[in-house]
Design a protein around this ligand. Structure first.
Ligand SMILES: [Zn+2]
Length: 489
C-alpha cells in the first residue's frame, strides 16, 4: 500500500533539489545581474557607470531587442569601449570562470568612438536624469534603464578581469567606492530616435562585414530588432532573462505617460526605475479648489509650510505614479493526494494543437494566492481543491506578468473531483489523466516500442520554457518518488 503524501511535507532530497533548481533556473527569471536597485537614484554612480568603457548596452525598439540572425538565440550586447572582454575570449573549459558578459563575438569596437552622436546622447541623458528634466521623454531622446551590475554575487570572476586590465591596460570593470565592482548593464529604448536605430544596425552590420570580409546589407546579414516570439522563446536562458527585464520595464514606462492622479505628463527618473509626475502646482491644506490650486502655483511648497502638491499622487505618503508593473496570475497543477491523477485542460485557443495545460488566471485585489488558485480551479474546471501550495514563480514578459505556480490537491470523495466546464466557459475540455500517461508526454524518450501508440489523440503539453511544463514535470516526478520503495509501508 502506498502512503498518502501531503505536498512537500515529506519529500526526498532529490526532489527537493530538483524544485530548488527549477526555482533558480526559471526561464525569464534567471538572476543574471545584481540589480543594486538602490544605486538607481545615485546620480554619481549612474554618471560613472554610463560612460565607463566596460558598460554593456542592450538596445530595444519598444520591447523588441536587437539581434543578429547567426546568433538569434542571443542578444546583441554592445560596450562603450573597444576590446572589452567577450564570450569567445574565454578559454575553453573555463566558461564559468568569468561569469556572463554577453554576446560580443562580432563587436571588437565600442560604441563611444564608433556610433555617431553616441557620446552626446549619453551626456544629454545623464544631465536630464540628474536634473529630473521634464524633457526626458522628448522626441529623439532614448529611454535608459539601469539594469544592474554583473558582479561576484552572480558569478563574475573579478580577479580574471583585474589580470586582463593589467595585461591590456583598458578598464574591464567598474569600481564604485571600492564597494561595488563589476560590469554595469543598461537597456536603452531607441524607438523615439530613428537615426540612432539606423546607426546601431549599421554599426553591427559593418562589424560583421569587416570580420567576414563581406559587403552585405543589414537585411542580408540579418541585423534587426526582433518582435518574433520565435526568438523570445529560444533565447539562451541568461539572454532571455535580460530581454525579459528590459521588455517589461519598457512596457511599463511607455504605457504610463500620464499621471493617474492629475493627468500631467510623467517622466522616467532614477535611471528608469521610477515614474515621476511633472505637475508642480501646490495647494494649501484644507483648500483644494481648482482656483486655490492655480493661485498657489506661484509659490513653492517650502515657502508655505501648509502647502502640498496639487497632484494627489505626489502628496500621498508613499509617492509613486505607478510602481513598475507586474500583473500577478496564478497557475496550478491539479492532482490528487497520491499524485496518481493529473487534471489538465484544453483552452479554446489551443484546440488545433490539442495542447493540454495547467489552469491559470489573474489574481484579484484583496485575494490571497491560495484562494485565487482555488477560485480559478473551481471556476474553470468545477473541481473543488482541498489544499494549495505555492511551488515556483516565473516572470512572463508578454507583456508583464508574474506567474505564481501552485499545486492544488483534490481529495477525491465522489464530488470534489467532478469536472464541470459551464461556470465561466473558458475551456473546451478538461480531464483527469493517469499520471503514467502524462509521464510519457514529459519523458517521450522513455516510451517503449510496445507503447508507441499510447497517445492516439495526439495530446501535447506546453513547451519546456514554461512554468506549466515545469509544474507538470514536478508532479510526475513526485508520483515517481511516491512509488519508490522507501515510501511504501
Ligand atoms: Zn500627478
Amino acid at each position: 500500500m502506498v502512503r498518502t503524501l501531503p505536498p512537500f511535507r515529506i519529500m526526498s532530497q532529490s526532489l527537493h533539489t530538483t524544485i530548488k533548481d527549477l526555482q533558480k533556473d526559471m526561464y525569464y527569471g534567471n538572476e543574471v545581474l545584481n540589480r543594486v536597485s538602490f544605486l538607481r537614484e545615485d546620480t554619481e554612480f549612474i554618471s560613472k557607470s554610463l560612460f565607463h568603457p566596460s558598460t554593456r548596452f542592450i538596445f530595444f525598439n519598444k520591447q523588441n531587442p536587437l539581434v543578429h540572425k547567426n546568433f538569434a538565440n542571443m542578444l546583441t550586447i554592445m560596450t562603450n569601449g573597444d576590446k572589452q572582454v567577450c564570450v569567445d575570449q574565454i578559454e575553453p573549459g573555463q566558461s564559468n570562470n568569468l561569469g556572463y558578459t554577453g554576446n560580443l563575438q562580432f563587436l571588437p569596437l565600442g560604441l563611444m568612438n564608433h556610433v555617431p552622436h553616441w557620446k552626446e546622447i549619453l551626456h544629454t541623458w545623464n544631465e536630464d536624469n540628474k536634473n529630473m528634466d521634464k524633457s526626458l521623454r522628448s522626441k529623439g531622446k532614448p529611454t535608459f534603464l539601469f539594469m544592474g551590475l554583473l558582479d561576484e554575487s552572480v558569478g563574475l570572476d573579478i580577479n580574471s578581469l583585474k589580470v586582463d586590465c593589467e595585461l591590456n591596460g583598458d578598464e574591464k570593470y567598474l569600481d564604485h567606492q571600492g564597494r561595488y565592482q563589476g560590469i554595469a548593464y543598461y537597456a536603452v529604448d531607441v524607438s523615439s530616435n530613428k537615426e540612432l536605430c539606423r546607426n546601431l544596425v549599421h554599426f553591427v552590420n559593418d562589424t560583421i562585414n569587416e570580420k567576414f570580409q563581406t559587403d552585405k546589407t543589414p537585411e542580408e546579414n540579418g541585423v534587426f530588432f526582433t518582435h518574433s516570439r520565435k526568438h523570445f522563446l529560444t533565447f539562451e536562458s541568461k539572454e532571455a532573462s535580460l530581454f525579459s527585464q528590459g521588455a517589461m520595464f519598457f512596457h511599463w514606462l511607455t504605457t504610463n505617460k500620464f499621471c493617474p492622479g492629475c493627468g500631467h505628463p510623467t517622466i522616467p527618473i532614477h535611471a528608469g526605475g521610477k515614474l515621476y509626475c511633472t505637475n508642480e502646482e501646490t495647494i494649501t491644506a484644507n483648500d483644494d479648489t481648482a482656483a486655490a490650486a492655480a493661485a498657489a502655483a506661484t509659490a513653492s511648497t517650502s515657502d508655505r509650510p501648509n502647502a502640498k502638491s496639487a497632484c494627489p499622487v505626489k502628496s500621498a505618503p508613499v509617492s509613486n505614479v505607478s510602481f513598475p508593473r507586474t500583473d500577478m496570475a496564478v497557475i496550478s497543477i491539479i492532482t490528487n493526494t497520491d499524485r496518481s491523477k493529473i487534471l489538465l485542460s484544453l483552452g479554446k485557443r489551443h484546440f488545433t494543437s490539442k495542447m493540454y495545460s495547467c489552469t491559470a488566471g489573474f489574481m484579484e485585489p484583496s485575494e490571497t494566492v491560495e484562494i485565487a488558485t482555488k477560485r480559478e480551479i473551481w471556476e474553470e474546471t468545477g473541481v473543488t481543491c482541498d489544499e494549495v501550495n505555492v511551488v515556483m514563480t516565473q516572470p512572463w514578459p508578454f507583456p508583464s506578468n508574474l506567474m505564481i505556480g501552485c499545486i492544488g490537491v483534490v481529495e477525491f470523495n465522489g464530488t470534489n473531483e467532478l469536472i464541470h466546464l459551464g461556470h465561466d466557459n473558458e475551456l473546451l475540455d478538461a480531464r483527469w489523466f493517469d499520471t503514467s500517461f502524462v509521464r510519457k508526454l514529459v519523458y517521450p524518450e522513455q516510451v517503449t516500442e510496445a507503447d508507441k501508440d499510447f497517445n492516439p489523440e495526439g495530446i501535447m503539453i506546453p513547451m519546456g520554457q514554461s512554468i506549466a511544463y515545469n509544474l507538470i514535470k514536478m508532479c510526475v516526478d513526485e508520483e515517481d518518488e511516491n512509488n519508490k520503495e522507501e515510501y511504501k509501508l
